[in-house]
Design a protein around this ligand. Structure first.
Ligand SMILES: C[S@@+](CC[C@H](N)C(=O)[O-])C[C@H]1O[C@@H](n2cnc3c(N)ncnc32)[C@H](O)[C@@H]1O
Length: 279
């Protein structure tokens, strides 16, 4: 067993898995960042997925993930979402904007379980957009658009009862882009609308996903003192409240996801935001 593993195991036991998988790598990567290009990174990943195995929930989370854990994650998010809407019903036949649709899980869920009248799916990755447009080609109630929700010109020209973003906004690691995404979402909510976000919310905000630069995923650099590409940022609930406030939103509800600490699934909390009353 390597020294790192021998030291790592008791440290993980004492301080929890977040310490060794997130806080420590975040500290190591703090001055060695190289820019993350989400469009290139996601498109390269999905192009390969589509070549190898086809688009499914597993591929959106992590290739080679344990299928039962993936199922557990989606069930936990679905239950948290249902818990929220049972207490705070949605309007009949809501219109839904689904940001970062991936394999289309939430497009299907809002149509099948929540009676959505129409769902607009937005994806940054061109290969996914093509695959989803193919899949929903006959569904008049589904539209799939290629867009980066953080882009200054992101616009969908209408308002929605629900904007859904499951496991997406923590991949927006740049604070300015994250704030811009929240402002764009706020502009697309109807006055009684709600933004539903599910992801990992931390005690403190910190970078949480790291990898070495990979030219195939659009990264620059690879030389120097082992630079890292930061692919994920966990934000605290306080950070979320502040970001929401800057975008004209406020936290309306939150549901903790049922999850064992040892299960490495991407999300631990569902948050619901609504437009802040004016005046
Ligand atoms: C972890 S996957 C989650 C997919 C889906 N929401 C789900 O829960 O099954 C994140 C998705 O968000 C998309 N994405 C990442 N950044 C984005 C952005 N800035 N704008 C739009 N989509 C984005 C990625 O292409 C990817 O499909």
């Amino acid at each position: 067993m390597s020294i790192r593993r021998r030291i790592g195991a008791p440290v993980t036991w004492m301080l929890g898995p977040t310490f060794t998988t997130q806080y420590l790598p975040a500290w190591r990567a703090r001055r060695r960042r190289t820019p993350y290009r989400p469009e290139q990174a996601w498109s390269a990943r999905y192009a390969q997925v589509l070549r190898d195995s086809g688009l499914d929930d597993m591929a959106t989370i992590q290739r080679g993930a344990n299928p039962r854990l993936v199922r557990y994650h989606y069930n936990a998010v679905e239950n948290a979402l249902l818990e929220h809407v049972l207490r705070h019903p949605l309007p009949d036949a809501p219109s839904v904007l689904d940001i970062g649709s991936g394999a289309g899980h939430w497009v299907d869920f809002y149509r099948a379980a929540l009676g959505a009248a129409d769902v607009v799916g937005v994806e940054i990755s061109a290969p996914v957009v093509e695959a989803l447009q193919d899949r929903y080609g006959d569904a008049a109630d589904v539209t799939v658009l290629e867009a980066d929700i953080t882009a200054p010109d992101a616009a969908f020209h209408r308002r929605f009862d629900v904007v859904n973003a499951v496991d997406v906004l923590f991949h927006v690691v740049d604070e300015e882009r994250w704030l811009r995404a929240l402002a764009t979402i706020a502009r697309h909510l109807s006055p009684q609308g709600r933004l539903i976000v599910t992801e990992c919310v931390g005690l403190v905000s910190h970078d949480a996903g790291f990898r070495r630069p990979d030219a195939d995923r659009g990264d620059e650099g690879g030389a120097g003192r082992s630079p890292h590409v930061v692919t994920k940022r966990v934000r605290s609930l306080r950070h979320w409240r502040q970001g929401a406030q800057a975008a004209g939103l406020e936290l309306a509800d939150t549901v903790r996801l049922r999850k064992r600490r040892s299960f490495s699934t991407p999300a631990n909390r569902l948050m619901v935001f609504r437009p802040r009353p004016r005046g």
